[in-house]
Ligand binder design. Structure first.
Ligand code: NAD
Length: 345
């Protein structure tokens, strides 16, 4: 393959289990013959350690050039410390849509035959980081305040993305998840915009439903099959996508795509899992599924299908599974089995 045929892409191995699962994914992409030309960069804690910055200028420049990235999880300190590099990446490249599919890959579990997509607004809401404390007497943290901002334009562009995605992928139903009974303005604007957009442009193309976030959480546990596409604001989407990850075997099984005006960044939904980092036991499935989404995004659906089929066969026919799925395989054994599967397909 000549360099001209390769697609430039930024690779961020990330923190904790990131380098292990990204390395495993590269082996699998190599076995598939995926035509990426990687530019490896750092961010998160590794960015701080090796470049003195959780989001170095070289990393931003690389993504600005390639407009495409595969990213391992990045560590963010809780409470104080630097601001999340993930959130900053979303803002920098206007990655307004976060697409998080959750599909059953291992049949026969507590929740079988799950096929859901969470579409999360990625730039607005309570994630904008406008927070502060107010000191009273000698307590500097006597009061904590946060502002959320949702705009008509930001809501519409995300809802438009979700509705168009539903049509393009033949989905039957979209559910707008909100809390407009309490946060009447903050999430009411999202609900109102979604209803208006549906009436004006999408009526008849799929069924539209609306549900309040708390009821949605309960319904997802009682009967997740009643849902198809869930579209919601930033914080609710964050929480719901972990919930639906739990329906398909946990965080090791769910990928995410951050898609926007200036770039697309693919990642696992899970974090850097510091509790198992370096032990060689992490499940690389989620980031491999993110790589499959990246292949689809690059108009390489055949390679994406081969990767998804290989994962299915490795997990279910070869029965090679990591510890989080009740198996005994190391990340490397799982990866080797998958590479063999892909080679024999
Ligand atoms: P986490 O997702 O890292 O881990 C939660 C639990 O799931 C842990 O017990 C972990 O061992 C397990 N787990 C996660 N991924 C796994 C995998 N692939 N295989 C097997 N087990 C897996 O969540 P956390 O502990 O709350 O967060 C750790 C760090 O990751 C924090 O700094 C957080 O800010 C960051 N984080 C980053 C991202 C991202 O980069 N997109 C997402 C979430 C959290």
């Amino acid at each position: 393959m000549t360099t001209q045929q390769l697609t430039p892409a930024t690779l961020i191995p990330g923190d904790g289990i990131g380098p292990e699962i990204v390395d495993a994914t590269l082996k699998v992409l190599d076995a598939l013959g995926a035509p990426f030309q990687w530019d490896t960069q750092v961010a998160g804690l590794e960015g701080v350690k090796s470049a003195g910055d959780p989001l170095p200028a070289a990393t931003l420049a690389s993504i600005r050039r390639t407009r495409l990235a595969l990213k391992g999880p990045l560590e963010t300190p809780s409470g104080g410390g630097y601001r999340s590099s993930n959130v900053r990446l979303r803002e920098e490249f206007k990655l307004y849509a976060n697409l998080r599919p959750a599909r059953t890959l291992i049949p026969g579990g507590r929740f079988d035959k799950i096929d859901l997509v969470v579409v999360r607004e990625n730039l607005e809401g309570l994630y904008i980081g406008h927070e502060h404390y107010i000191q009273i007497d000698d307590d500097p943290h006597a009061v904590a305040m946060a502002s959320g901002v949702n705009t008509r334009q930001g809501s519409r562009r995300l809802l438009e993305f979700a509705f168009a995605h539903a049509v393009a992928t033949g989905r039957k139903k979209v559910t707008i998840v909100h809390k407009a009974n309490i946060m009447k303005a903050l999430t009411g604007i999202f609900l109102e915009t979604g209803l208006e957009l549906y009436e004006r442009k999408y009526k008849g193309k799929f069924a539209l439903d609306t549900v309040i976030i708390d009821a949605c959480a309960m319904k997802l546990v009682l009967n997740p099959w009643q849902f198809d596409v869930l579209v919601t604001t930033n914080l609710f989407g964050d929480i719901l996508s972990d919930l639906v990850a739990g329906l398909v075997g946990g965080l090791g099984m769910t990928p995410g795509a951050n898609i926007g005006m200036d770039a697309a960044i693919f990642e696992a939904v899970h974090g850097s899992a510091p509790d198992i980092a370096g032990k060689g036991v992490a499940n690389p499935t989620a980031i491999m599924l993110a790589a499959a989404m990246m292949l689809d995004h690059c108009q390489l659906p055949d390679l994406a299908s081969r990767l998804r089929d290989g994962l299915y066969q490795t997990l279910n026919v070869d029965n090679v599974r990591t510890g989080d799925l009740g198996g005994r395989a190391t990340s490397q054994q799982f990866t080797n089995a998958l590479v063999t599967r892909i080679g024999n397909a």
